[in-house]
Design a protein around this ligand. Sequence first.
Ligand SMILES: [Zn+2]
Length: 409
Amino acid sequence: MQRMPEEIVSRVLRLLGYRGYRWELNEEALTLTIWVRQVGWDPSYTCSGCGIGVRAIHSVRERRVRDLPWGSWTVWLIVEVHRVYCRRCGVRVERIDFLEGKHPYTRRFAARVASDCEDAAVRRVAARWGLSPQTVRRIDKRTLQAWSRQRKRRPLRWMGVDELFWRKGKCLTVVSDLEAGEPIWVGEERKRETLDRFFAESLSPRRRRAVRAVCVDMWEPFLQSIRKQLPRAAIVFDKFHVMKHVNDAVDETRRQEFFRQKGPLRAVMRGKRWLLLTRWQNLTRRKRSALTEALSLNRRLFKAYYLKEQIDRLWSYTYEGAARRFFEAWLKSLRWQRLPAFKKLAKTLTTHLDGILAYCHHKVPFGVVEAINGNLRAIIRRGRGYTDPEYLILKTQKSTAQLRLVRAA
Ligand SMILES: [Zn+2]
């Protein structure tokens, strides 16, 4: 099988300073194997320990690595790898630029597999290249790590802490950089220890000083950890979580009123849950009149809806005093209304008021928290079962960075 001229083989290979000196085609398996060595009669090798050029050879070995395909042929290279005498490091294996350390594939092969992973699930990429999913995941993760290392590290000023629920009731704690709009850490469960672990692993005491505000749920274990580790940062409660408590109060009122009513009145209230929980400004005219009809028949439900719509104004203030006065007026209008769910809500809001009003001073972007959560969810869904949190984070950061590029273009 020596009909191909050597020059052509070497030119197609395009490995600087190397040439193919022997090849073999296996028609059945569709594999092409090429033996590769350095060009020239007095070659120099690079010490993998210190990077200097070395000439003294200790021994030679052949390594078989997978390379990019030639048409429908799978290509394997058999590379001459030397152990050399380095005057600084002693006997060392030489470093070859187109190889990925000791891995059984070339650097450009790994790069192609990793780039396929950007828009296809690991399983699909594995099938396409005839690799195991573990190998593909390893290649992808290593490429992402290299990408992450060369990024400029920015100070963490606005930190977000959120939880992510997914299959089988599993729960992850997600820490993100709200300025960069990307997650920086995930850990299993949502305990105080979980967040403590983040600080220990990923945020040195020196970097902690940069954190100005933390956007977080009204979740006591998290708050304990943050107060301990970031005593100077402001705690701002995530509006979406606060509004969830408000919506729960509306929903509970609806349920109670539903069971209090009889016959035709019940029928009008049926299926109005979604309407009640949607903001008035987001309803169409027809939806508004359906809601008005239901509310006109039940004074308590009307009041509950009105209170919910009102409380949203709490986040429109810049002066804390004004916000506080507004909240007190809101509390007052709740009196004598016989809305037990709102009584409970008022208590929750009052005890957490400082963290809610902190928004007057720290306008953290609430939408970003939700967006990051959504990105993570999409990636988990596509990849299925990320058991390696570091890989999940890297993957999300990369896709966020790419989205940013697309939007900027
Ligand atoms: Zn050396």
